[in-house]
Design a protein around this ligand. Structure first.
Ligand code: GLA
Length: 632
């Protein structure tokens, strides 16, 4: 039993360092409860429009209401695009007498009131009357992104130092009550610039323009970021949102650009969470943002989604003169269950643009109720294959050419987890064209093209489903990452706002070593004592996965320490819990020992928990739940 107490002690320390005080003393102890965020109105990825990519902070009532009207008139609203979100630029100031936020009525005439207090209620009433939802924007610090990074853009807050403190810091309850209970908004995007960019050494702070906020985020350094503090600030906003939205009809959108290890904990705190820096309408930045979510399928579930940022379909490299690239951007965002937030001046949208944004079959993939983010089943810097398992048991597959040259891709039945000897039927979702193959099919791709299909075939697992086919139902409640590590496999594009000044982009978003579908936490093949698994869950030791069970009777897996483990002496025990009760445990396992079969009766169990316990301090080595599956 010695290993147990050691693990307990090590993990208690971990918790103090990386999670909130509300967390359990032992993160590996079963709870019998699904812990990922699912309280709010995001059972499928939110869809709508946001002002930023279209107008930056140069927004006004005509632009917003014009785009809202266009959503309705073009039929996009009926297809699911419901949120109309104000981004940076709506605010004028914070009233000094009582701290009330004042809207910029010169730009939003309907917000003007006789007493000068302003109200967005007329605007949200109109949006609601059109069948739409309304979103607003704020910052977790005292000051805004515009003030910190783009102060030359229009509509920056006005007044003295205190009046220009428009962010939530110190006003969380007051502001959330105003925005939701009084003004009637349905969504808030909370940025983080105010806790990042105003150190006492900043020349604007020295000049008395802003109060200092000693940074708790350094986007370039996890080591210099106070992850616990950042998370606590966002959790405080979450509690205020719960309090002021008793009907649960709200969305909490986290905007931390992948910093502060948010790619690991965003799923526990909000309904959508940015995984990278801002998107730009350039191919390289789109790849960067896509890569920041594409290996994070287990960190998104109904109720909480990875957000690679808003759409730039229609602009720059995704303009209609580049239809393949425009369709790729949209198809990929749909496949990874990204929130679909249009960033275009819809008053000027052409029919060709609406054909892309309104493609029913593509939207349906994004909004599929199972909520399974696509899993990468073939990966390279040149071509990728994403496969998404749908609620009806069918598959969607995106075959993506990242390059500027034509590409040939071999799609295999195995990649779809279909039987190689049976027919696979593909329907092209852009053209409607059908084709059939057995085993494999050679596909020709144009530069930057994504072929998008629905696929039907004979499932490899006839009597059930592999866990890696349903990442939406598998939650790494504790993924064993005690010390966050920056993810090295994200496309490094030149940031247009900096060009080639400085060094260029270093790996900096936490998440490396997190739980993975069909590969180890470090992107290696799953293998135990030389036996490889193309299917399974890879996770570090000292981890606990929650698995939703919708009526399956058995859980099966082949478990052991992964061959990639460095520490050959550590002992791992695998435990399976059903609704909080221990159902099965493996024999203690070490590196190089034969894999062990688990076959566990889970009839009637709603929540299965898979725990891998080991000894020692810090990040443990990879363990493998090979072929992990739920069976009838
Ligand atoms: C940050 C966000 C953007 C946008 C701007 C507004 O950069 O990441 O999405 O909201 O701030 O200033």
């Amino acid at each position: 039993m010695k290993w147990r107490s050691c693990a307990g002690a090590a993990l208690a320390v971990v918790l103090l360092a990386s999670t909130s005080s509300a967390a359990l003393a032992d993160p590996l102890a079963p709870t019998g409860r699904w812990s990922a965020y699912s309280r709010a109105a995001a059972q499928t990825p939110p869809m709508g429009w946001n002002s930023w990519n279209a107008f930056t902070s140069d927004l006004d009532e005509d632009k917003v209401m014009g785009s809202a009207q266009a959503l309705v008139d073009t039929g996009l609203a009926a297809k699911g695009y419901r949120y109309v979100n104000l981004d940076d630029g709506w605010w004028l100031k914070r009233r000094e007498s009582d701290g009330r936020m004042i809207a910029r009525a010169a730009r939003f005439p309907s917000a003007a009131t006789a007493d000068g207090a302003t109200s967005f209620r007329p605007l949200t009433d109109r949006l609601h009357g059109m069948g739409l939802k309304a979103g607003i924007y704020s910052d977790i610090g005292r000051n805004s992104c515009g003030q910190v990074f783009t102060s030359t853009f229009p509509n920056q807050p006005e007044g003295n130092v205190a009046e220009r403190e428009v962010g939530l810091y110190g006003h969380v309850d007051q502001d959330i009550a105003l925005y939701f209970a009084e003004w009637g908004f349905d969504l808030i995007k909370v940025d983080g610039c105010g806790v990042r960019g105003l150190p006492s050494s900043d020349k604007r702070v020295k000049a008395g323009e802003y109060r200092a906020f000693e940074p708790i985020i350094d986007i370039d350094s996890l080591g210099r970021t106070n992850i616990v503090k950042v998370r606590e600030l966002y959790e405080e906003v979450g509690r205020a949102l719960d309090k002021h939205n008793p009907d649960g009809d709200f969305i909490f959108s986290l905007c931390l650009w992948g910093s502060a290890d948010v790619r690991s904990w965003g799923k526990d705190v909000g309904a959508m969470s940015r995984t990278s820096e801002d998107i730009s309408p350039t191919w390289g930045r789109m790849l960067h943002n896509l890569d920041s979510v594409s290996r994070r399928a287990l960190y998104a579930h109904p109720g909480t989604w990875n957000d690679p940022d808003m759409l730039f379909v229609g602009k720059g490299d995704f303009g209609l003169e580049h239809p393949e690239a425009a369709r790729s951007h949209f198809a990929l965002w749909a496949m990874v269950n990204a929130p679909l937030l249009i960033g275009y001046d819809l008053r000027k949208a052409s029919p060709a643009l609406l054909d892309i944004l309104g493609a029913r079959e593509v939207i349906a993939l994004n909004q599929d109720p199972a909520g399974n983010q696509a899993v990468l089943t073939f990966d390279s810097d040149e071509v990728q294959v994403f496969v998404k398992t749908l609620a009806d048991g069918g598959k969607a597959v995106a075959v993506f050419n990242r390059t500027d040259a034509p590409a040939e891709v071999i799609l295999t039945a195995e990649q779809l987890k279909f039987v190689a000897s049976a027919d696979v039927d593909l329907t092209n979702l852009w053209s409607g064209e059908a084709q059939r193959f057995k085993g494999e099919r050679k596909l020709q791709l144009a530069p930057r093209q994504t072929l998008l299909f629905r696929a039907k075939g004979s499932r490899r697992l006839a009597d059930g489903i592999f866990l890696s086919e349903q990442p939406g139902a598998v939650n790494p409640a504790f993924d064993g990452v005690i010390t966050p590590i920056a993810d090295p496999i994200i496309h490094r594009a030149q940031p247009p706002w900096r060009g080639t000044r400085g060094f260029g982009e270093r790996p900096r978003y936490g998440g490396w070593g997190g739980a993975q579908a069909d590969r180890t936490p470090f992107d290696q093949e799953l293998a135990i004592a030389g036996r490889a698994f193309d299917t399974g869950i890879g996770v570090l030791g000292n981890s606990r996965l929650e698995v939703r069970n919708a009526g399956f009777r058995r859980f099966t897996a082949i478990v052991g320490v992964d061959d990639s483990a460095v520490d050959k002496a550590r002992v791992v025990t695998f435990q399976v819990y059903g609704d909080g009760k221990l159902l099965a445990r493996s024999k203690p396992a070490k590196w190089g020992q034969a894999p062990q079969d688990l076959d566990v009766d889970v009839s009637g169990v709603k929540l299965i928990e898979l725990v891998a316990r080991t000894t020692g301090q810090g990040n443990a080595d990879p363990v493998t739940w090979g072929d992990a599956a739920l069976r009838r």
